[in-house]
Design a protein around this ligand. Sequence first.
Ligand code: CDV
Length: 308
Amino acid sequence: MSRVVTVAAAQLGPVGRDEPRSSVVARLLALLREAAAEGCELVVFPELALTTFFPRWHIEDPEELDAFFEAEMPGPSTRPLFDEARELGVGFSLGYAELTEDRHRYNTQLLVAPDGRFLAKYRKVHVPGHEEPEPWRPFQHLERRYFEPGPQGFGTWRAFGGVVGMMICNDRRWPETYRVMGLLGVELILCGYNTPLHYAPDPSQDVLQGFHSALVMQAGAYQNGTWVVASAKGGVEEGVDSLAQSCVIAPSGQIVAQAYTAGDELVVAHCDLDWCDRYKKTLFDFERYRMIEHYGPITAQRGATPPQ
Ligand code: CDV
């Protein structure tokens, strides 16, 4: 039986600070319907897809901050997305800011089956940026103020005829993200991102944002023999330009489909999950070739310890 999954990275253009959920959900629905018409079984929406990327502001009023979070999923404004996806028979993955009943805050991504069943939830592990406002920056990146790291870590789930994992934005820069999922047999990694082109701590990286994003995901896909579907919220949002270039990457490390706009755009690819074994069972046959006796420092220490 063929294990080809037709997926779409459903890239979003900017979402304004005042744009209501209903308007964003209408945009998600338009992409979902287009994906269904193109025969997609799975649609991947970006990180924090329902709102503007609010960590760029220091928000002091707790009520104003709470308004960017979802205390319920689906809630009244997101239910139409769940209903329509089930009607169309399309699964989806959605990034949003999660506020739990006991008031923990996570940067979260959901996986929902084509029949509307809840399949999995992933909470971002690598939370970038800073905890305190840094007025010297042209805009803030206060993710570390607003989100806790996901306590459950990485996971994989049997879905869409294969083994699916999720990661969120900054996670994609860390090789451990892919390797942990690789060790859990991942064949299809779903990723949403918001990546400002300007990186204030080192602006020399600004022109390299597209290169670095592709570099890490292509390497992660190849070294673990997995597909990667990466969906951006791109374009100029509230004055901050962010990377678009949503893409689908094959286990060979090749980009097989890529967005050509910085707006709402569907990037479709037919992913043959059996192609993963060409890498998993040859060059990257983990059982045969990994040398775990030499990898101890990877989990034993955080920082580097150069020789004296
Ligand atoms: N949303 C993110 O995680 N963005 C980071 C920025 C801060 C560099 C990223 O890794 O793209």
